[in-house]
Design a protein. Sequence first.
Length: 163
Amino acid sequence: MILARAATILTVLAGTWVTALPAQDTTAAAAEVPAAAPPDTATFRPISPINAFWRSFLLPGWGQARLNRKLTGGIFVAWEGVTLGMSLKTRHELAYLRRTRSVRGDDKRREHEDWVVLLAFNHLFAGLEAYVGAHLADFPGDLKIRAVPGGVGASVSVPLRLR
């Protein structure tokens, strides 16, 4: 009885679904003009230098990653982790040394300040590197350097494409 009911419900639903489908008009499909292809989202669109600066200043490596400079961004992120971890470690050690009234507290305070300064400089250098990297994002990569006759200097040839 349950199987008969289920089969009846499925038949009704399938009949409703099939009748609800519109008939295909093959003449209309031939007359339609295909739409333009959507723009390629995988192409590289450089960001403005100030945008790259602020991204990497706030979170080191973010601007570099946006500029497809993943190794440089990874180095800034790794150094951020080291300096952040060491500044937290020295802060906890400093708190312990102050609680125990150790003589080494002053030295640990200086060490903690050094790590905090390195952390701040990492943010600044990451921002500046992203700023320069954004300015050079469209710089040609096929530069050639060769020695000048006589060995005194070098010349750089930059290929130019005129349209």
